[in-house]
Design a protein around this ligand. Structure first.
Ligand SMILES: CC(C)(COP(=O)(O)OP(=O)(O)OC[C@H]1O[C@@H](n2cnc3c(N)ncnc32)[C@H](O)[C@@H]1OP(=O)(O)O)[C@@H](O)C(=O)NCCC(=O)NCCS
Length: 121
């Protein structure tokens, strides 16, 4: 994966006008979701004041593009609660396809998968 050779191989800080507004991770999923274990997993966390402008979508798309260049054809998974409407919308916009829904941590979870070989729109 792009980035430093460590347990957190892909860490992208997202800036706007010189300030950090979010971070994106591309890491090897551990066993927290059995179906995702060992796969590349996309994580994202943006400051609430940066929501609603498309910044996360633009930055995640760039990170996925970089990933696809480094590991062509390798899928990426994304997990989120279904109640996280913004996260669900972002996943769909990026081209993640539902793999399954399941109960964990007291809520319904969603697991999606993306591949650079699948057109996103
Ligand atoms: C998940 C998260 C990154 C989504 O952020 P977001 O800003 O909603 O996502 P996007 O970048 O896709 O932005 C979409 C919004 O920008 C709007 N937008 C405004 N200008 C835009 C533009 N030029 N281009 C695209 N979208 C634009 C869209 O209309 C949309 O607004 P809406 O949601 O009100 O309809 C954010 O909510 C977050 O950090 N949450 C906390 C962490 C988290 O839950 N992470 C994921 C689960 S593990």
């Amino acid at each position: 994966m792009p980035g430093a050779p460590s347990r957190r191989p892909g860490l992208f800080m997202v800036g706007l006008d010189g300030a950090m507004i979010g971070r994106i991770t591309l890491t090897r999923a551990t066993g927290h979701i059995r179906q995702a274990a060992g796969k590349a997993e996309l994580g994202n966390l943006f400051l609430p004041q940066a929501w609603g402008y498309g910044y996360a979508a633009e930055a995640c798309a760039a990170a996925l593009d970089r990933f696809a260049g480094a590991l062509p054809g390798e899928p990426v998974v994304l997990a989120t609660q279904t109640a996280n409407v913004r996260s669900m919308r972002l996943a769909a916009k990026l081209g993640f396809i539902e793999v399954e829904r399941f109960e964990a941590y007291g809520a319904e979870q969603w697991l999606g998968e993306w591949s650079s070989l699948t057109p996103s729109d």
